[in-house]
Design a protein around this ligand. Structure first.
Ligand SMILES: [Zn+2]
Length: 502
């Protein structure tokens, strides 16, 4: 029959929801009723679903419009992390999925912090290694309200943009995942793999309510062989989609403390071992250091694919980065052209925090700096620290790698059926613009998934210009509504093509 139509896992614990709702009544009331509530979903009791061909995705404008409403509502639920309060967003999502008869399970992680999971089944006993996981996080970074021109939690629509914290990162994708998941349910198509919806908490601080804990506690509830997550982007240049960067790997973050100790004393009689001077000199050397270029296979393929899309001059240098005679010059030209390209080509070290001093007239006993390091996959932090020690060359300065380093995970395969499918659909969607393998310089939850043998690919599906991308984690974050709709369309197509039985 249609195995995904009525057999989802999990139970809604309404008693608990009511309790939580009562406790959070004020917050919940502040969120307007979902626009979606006014739209009777096809396939709901009493409303026959239209006989959609399981192989074809029809017009997605109606589901995209509904999803705009969900996105606006999710923005109005303040999930700034800390403290997160993702449980309220999880309950909201439960309500949206319930309208289409999809059961959810709320997975509690900490007081007020929960994830939510739902499943569309392909068979009574489906193979988890074939399952597709749609994952997005509900928390956002905090805001500096004084810098926003609109209410960051108001979901204000202006000039075709929806403004709000999380509009792109990651509530936009959360709403688009909901759309793809619900559209699949409504199609009543027969699935060839389970499709799992997962909304996570605490992504932005990777703390004790994050996917790491969720995997440790509840992995069997969302174990999958494939996942789509944030991490890559559809890049718009000069008003057109240039390419979709499909994240298949990511750099690994470390922090290194630079520490100098000396003799504290009266600032009227300076000493040679003043730790401020030593740390400042070390930071200046490190800050000006450029690590050597090291091509990972993903980055190599990225530049091969990007070269023909750039202007002739840039393309020429991209193709020459390996050349024996002018490779080094080419690497410099490309690195100087873009901080993103520079960071994709090498380990980077950014000094971020300086700490020293107790009073203007006191030489302190200690000075410290923090270096935020992003290593290429496969590179060694021990080797980098050795290089930096040689560079600093000061016995008074110590470099200490801090705990809580990032995760080194295997990369996702560019030969998997999932990657190949995305690479096929992207040009159809964006007038020939290709999908390119992408190694993000930033961290995502996908590293945790890749460590569990998941082919996780990162693609925030909305075509976005640099002007909008740079507002992520910044002020006046916004998403063009047309880009949102396009992203929903892309995601619906990817999920449908991958999961519907052919
Ligand atoms: Zn994010």
């Amino acid at each position: 029959m249609w195995p995904n139509s009525c057999e989802e896992d999990g139970l809604v614990n309404w008693k608990r929801i009511i309790q939580i709702m009562a406790g959070a009544a004020a917050l919940v009331m502040a969120v307007s009723l979902p626009i979606a509530a006014q739209v009777p979903p096809a396939g709901a009791p009493g409303i026959p679903a239209s006989p959609v061909s399981p192989r074809l995705v029809g017009d997605t404008s109606a589901i995209a419009k509904e999803a705009q409403g969900w996105l606006a509502d999710l923005i109005k639920i303040n999930t700034s992390n800390p403290p997160g309060n993702e449980q309220i967003a999880a309950l909201y999502i439960t309500g949206i999925l319930a309208k289409d008869g999809i059961k959810t399970e709320i997975l509690d992680l900490a007081p007020g912090r929960s994830a939510v999971v739902a499943r569309l089944r392909s068979a009574a006993l489906a193979d988890p290694s074939k399952a597709l996981l749609l994952v997005a996080h509900m928390d956002t970074v905090p805001i500096d309200k004084s810098k926003w021109s609109v209410d960051p939690f108001g979901a204000v629509i202006k000039d075709g943009y929806l403004y709000g914290r999380g509009a792109i990162d990651d509530k936009g994708m959360l709403a688009a995942n909901l759309a793809a998941f619900i559209e699949l349910k409504r199609s009543m198509a027969r699935l060839n793999r389970d499709v799992i919806f997962l909304a996570t908490a605490d992504e932005e601080t990777s703390g004790d309510a994050s996917i790491r804990m969720l995997i440790a506690k509840d992995w069997n509830k969302f174990a999958a062989g494939f996942a789509i997550n944030e991490g890559g982007n559809v890049f718009v240049k000069n008003g057109k989609v240039q390419y979709a960067g499909v994240q298949a790997d990511e750099k690994v973050a470390f922090n290194i403390a630079v520490i100098a100790r000396g003799t504290s004393g009266h600032a009227s009689q300076p000493t040679k071992d003043n730790p401020v001077t030593h740390v400042a000199a070390a930071v200046a050397k490190i800050g000006n250091y450029t690590a050597p270029v090291h091509f990972t296979s993903i980055v190599r393929r990225y530049f091969e694919g990007l070269a023909p899309l750039e202007d002739d001059e840039t393309g020429k240098w991209m193709r020459s980065m390996d050349a024996a005679d002018r490779g080094e010059h080419a690497q410099r030209v490309i690195s100087d052209a873009s901080p993103l390209w520079n960071a994709m080509l090498r380990d980077t070290i950014a000094p971020t925090v300086l700490t020293a001093g107790v009073a203007n007239n006191v030489i302190p006993a200690e000075a410290r700096a923090n270096l935020n390091v992003r290593l290429l996959p496969g590179d060694s932090i021990v080797a980098l620290v050795n290089d930096l020690n040689k560079l600093v060359n000061d016995p008074q300065v110590k470099l200490e790698v801090q705990p809580n380093a990032g995760l080194a995970a295997p990369s996702s395969s560019l030969e998997s059926e999932f990657y190949k499918l995305i690479a096929k659909i992207v040009p159809q969607e964006f007038g020939g613009a290709p999908a390119l393998p992408f190694q993000s310089t930033w961290l995502t939850d996908s590293a945790q998934l890749r460590l569990h043998q998941v082919q996780a690919l990162g693609l925030v599906p909305f075509p976005l210009a640099q002007e909008d991308l740079k507002r992520m984690h910044g002020d006046d974050e916004r998403i063009p509504l047309a880009a949102f709709d396009k992203g929903v369309d892309l995601l619906v197509k990817i999920v449908t093509e991958f999961a519907v039985a052919h």
